[in-house]
Design a protein around this ligand. Sequence first.
Ligand code: COA
Length: 328
Amino acid sequence: MGINILAMGSYLPEQTLTNDDFVKFVDTNDEWIRTRTGICERHMAGWEPAWLMGKNAALKAIERAGIDPKDIGLIIVSSVTSDFLTPSMASILQYELGAENAAAFDLNAACSGFVYTLDTARRFLETDSSMKYALVVSAEALSRFTDFEDRGTCILFGDGAAAAVIESSDKLYSSFLASDGSGARKLFARNCHVAPEVKVESDFDDGFPEKPIHKLYQDGREVYKFAVKALPHAFDSAAEKIGLTSSDMDWFIPHQANIRIIETAAKNLHISTDKFIVTVDHHGNTSSASIPLALCEAIEKGDVKRGQKLALIGFGAGLTYGSVIIEY
Ligand code: COA
């Protein structure tokens, strides 16, 4: 059983930061950022709550789908920047949207979050025939924990949200979800306060001596190496299950982290980059919101059309990765 995306909506905060803006606080320049990442500008939430961005995106998706929020049986929000440890952003959205019959929870699979969320929602729809619609939302305010003194990371990230209303259908569908926890240290940020001097008997958490402990830390080169392998592997693993190959796809919508990662993945999949939806230039890396933001924009522009086969491919902290193949 597959899914039908009834409608999507997105929201981007008004404020943007260009590459030149970063020159004011770190030693960088527009040329370096463009050539190494493909990013030109990104949106910044300021103190706007992530849940509110998610709500704005969800409102558009619900309006476009033309459904009654009371018919939504499930809301899943993916995020690494939840405004609260508890309650979940999904519970806040359930109330704010008047989706009074929906179960609600958040899911954190970092930048693979949308792919994980979509596949999780599909499994709920498949096993509960009384569930009419599911709402999946990705809402991210990466600027909350970006280290604006670290030129290697701060230039990469942006904020935004996107949402999709889905229902079950007999359309083509396949998925593959995975994680390689041995790479967890390569991309992390602390949540609760843990004293840096506390040593734990663990390969993963030995106190993380690197500073600053509540900001995002990334080993860029290692994450890059992981991403260029994970992206084609995630696609191939989902495609094989339904006997498809890369040439059967109309569009690839990968996580938008770096144009060089996308170009290398295209080469490894023997596919022209023209088949890849690219928004990293004007969104930056918005974690789990990047795939639905790119898909929503491509639908609005008329590039992605009904009946086309789409491959959504995510990778990120965890290190998580995965893909979902759908017919739009
Ligand atoms: N401006 C100018 N110079 C910078 C810079 C910046 N913003 N950031 C780093 N540099 C410098 C480094 O200090 C280094 O200088 P050195 O050679 O004097 O030591 C040099 O540029 C090369 O650094 P390096 O880290 O090797 O660059 P890179 O080519 O690997 O590019 C990333 C860095 C972060 C763009 C790249 O590693 C990357 O995209 N990694 C994957 C990140 C990702 O996708 N993360 C999200 C996953 S969900």
